[in-house]
Design a binder for this molecule. Structure first.
Ligand code: BES
Ligand code: ZN
Ligand code: ZN
Length: 511
């Protein structure tokens, strides 16, 4: 969808369709909808008074203007109760309006951005664009039949009245587009089947992004990884015919900026390996690279947004398959950290490939390490598919993540990493095992990872639940969600702001 900004007013603007929002009746019409209503001889107020459009949350109604307005049609969308409005409802309303317009077969619409309730035009536009573009996302790449029936909106015109205002709208639009494109890239990679999205394809995608964004990239092959001592990553990779790739991306290298390492689990298909999973729902294990997809997409967007940070993205990518060369239960692996791990289940492969990536990330002496992984079914049992399991060793990093979560509404919930849980991983023959008990499975996964962190501030996000959903939500269609991308980008956008305000607070204390 092409989106542009124009200096005009909705009641004066000729277009296929004009989109207007209203709070629930009897709240008075305000802003653009009020001006259009006046020009339209009270048509909208009459509809509302008669109860034909109530303004309930996400209610949509199509009307024909029959030449009274320059716009051919109007879509009215409800924002619900005035007192319950927030940016999450706004994103949802933008999405629902977009889906309604698309499903009506209309290809162009206009809309005037008018912020209220103290929201800036920038953030209001950004949230609108995010809600809309994420809501109309479709994954049609592999559908060959009846392609002509696929509908898509081709153009949106954002209207603003004054030059300064259109400039602010333009800024919000740009940020919103960059963030939405990143989420959609992550969704595409997650929805893509594992025969298409192989580790090599992920590496190629990363190469292309690195080239376009002038980032550094290194793709470590399995043989090199072996020579480097990544015994855990190599063990998982060697069971598959598809070559594993350990992808390293760097944005803003060597500029003296704060370093943050982002690590994403990139299992492009998790069969469980020799500890084979049951076949029911195994197809969903193409989603086991959702962490890697989110990290890759975040790096691309961070570069487009020119965030003043040094970001390192580490994406250990491999399949987890059984074969004559596959690693086996009982094997003892030597990890890059030097610690040894007894394999109890080859299905707990995520923590193995992540352990080497986490150790590797320490080379960059990052200010923080954040890993994203579809790590445990236990986390799905604990939190369902709405919520990311949040683990970590640093209160201030966890708080920052919770703040980013509150703003983006990508929900996180804190889980403990008490040392007592390490008891479950004690091994008779190696430093520790890769599996403990079924009970506390998500925590034990986190405890395992913590053994590779040393003292660096670190957060582990278990996204096994929300990485994909069965039932659509206001701006998240069924399937891969791209979860984590908006959360990470919000965290990274606010990182410098927080630092600057901390420095200011400190220096004012000193005075
Ligand atoms: N990829 C799975 C976790 C998963 C499960 C993600 C369901 C998304 C939905 C992971 O590799 C795995 O198999 N974990 C095991 C760990 C167990 C063997 C300790 C699990 O959760 O059963
Ligand atoms: Zn597994
Ligand atoms: Zn897995």
């Amino acid at each position: 969808m092409e989106v542009k900004v124009e200096k005009s007013r909705p009641e004066k603007f000729p277009c296929e369709l004009l989109l207007l929002f209203s709070f629930e009746f009897p709240e008075a019409l305000a802003g653009p909808i009020q001006n259009v209503d006046l020009e339209w001889k009270g048509f909208i107020s009459t509809l509302m008074k008669q109860g034909d459009f109530k303004g309930e949350l996400f209610e949509c109604r199509l009307c024909y203007t029959q030449g009274v307005l320059p716009a051919k049609r109007v879509v009215l969308t409800g924002l619900g109760k005035r007192g319950e409005f927030d940016l999450e409802k706004w994103r949802g309303a933008a999405s629902k309006a977009g889906q309604f317009i698309r499903n009506s077969g209309i290809k162009q619409f206009a809309f005037q951005i008018e912020s209220f309730d103290g929201f800036s035009e920038e953030e209001f536009t950004e949230s609108f664009v995010i809600g809309l573009l994420l809501g109309v996302y479709q994954f049609n790449e592999f559908k060959t039949l009846e392609r002509e029936k696929i509908r898509a909106i081709e153009e949106l015109i954002l209207l603003g009245e004054k030059d300064e205002k259109t400039k602010r709208i333009g800024n919000g639009l740009k940020t919103g587009q960059i963030i939405s494109e990143a989420v959609c890239l992550a969704r595409d990679l997650v929805n893509g089947p594992s025969n298409e999205v192989t580790p090599s394809v992920l590496a190629e995608k990363a190469r292309q992004i690195a080239k376009d964004q002038s980032m550094e990239i290194q793709v470590v092959e399995v043989s090199q990884a072996e020579a480097m001592g990544m015994g855990a990553f190599v063990a998982v990779a060697k069971g598959s015919q598809e070559p594993g790739k350990f992808i390293i991306l760097e944005y803003n290298k060597g500029k003296g900026l704060d370093t943050i390492a982002l690590v994403g689990k990139g299992i492009t298909f998790d069969s469980g390996g020799i500890s084979l999973k049951p076949s029911e729902n195994m197809d969903r294990m193409k989603e086991d690279m959702s962490g890697a997809a989110a990290v890759l997409a975040t790096l691309e967007a961070a570069s487009k947004l020119q965030l003043p940070l040094h970001l390192v993205g580490l994406l250990p990518a491999t399949e987890n398959l059984p074969s004559g060369k596959a690693y086996k239960p009982g094997d003892i692996l030597k990890t890059l950290s030097g610690q040894t791990v007894e394999v109890i289940s080859t299905d707990a492969e995520g923590r193995l490939i992540l352990s080497d990536a986490l150790t590797y990330s320490l080379r960059y002496q990052p200010k923080a390490i954040i890993d994203l992984a579809t790590l445990t079914g236990a986390c799905v049992v604990a939190l369902g598919d709405y919520t990311i399991g949040l683990f970590g060793n640093d209160e201030s990093l966890l708080k920052r993540i919770e703040e980013a979560s509150a703003r983006t509404r990508e929900k996180v919930w804190r889980m403990p990493l008490w040392e007592e849980y390490f008891e479950y991983l004690k091994s008779d023959v190696a430093d520790f095992k890769n599996v403990g008990t079924r009970a506390a499975g998500a925590i034990i996964g986190g405890i395992f990872l913590s053994k590779f962190i040393e003292k660096t501030p670190w957060a582990h996000l278990d996204i096994a639940g929300p990485a994909s959903i069965e039932k659509e939500r206001p701006y998240i269609p069924r399937g891969g969600t791209g979860v984590g991308v908006r959360l990470l980008l919000q965290l990274l956008k606010d990182w410098q702001k927080d630092r600057i305000s901390n420095v200011k607070a400190q220096s004012s204390n000193e005075i």
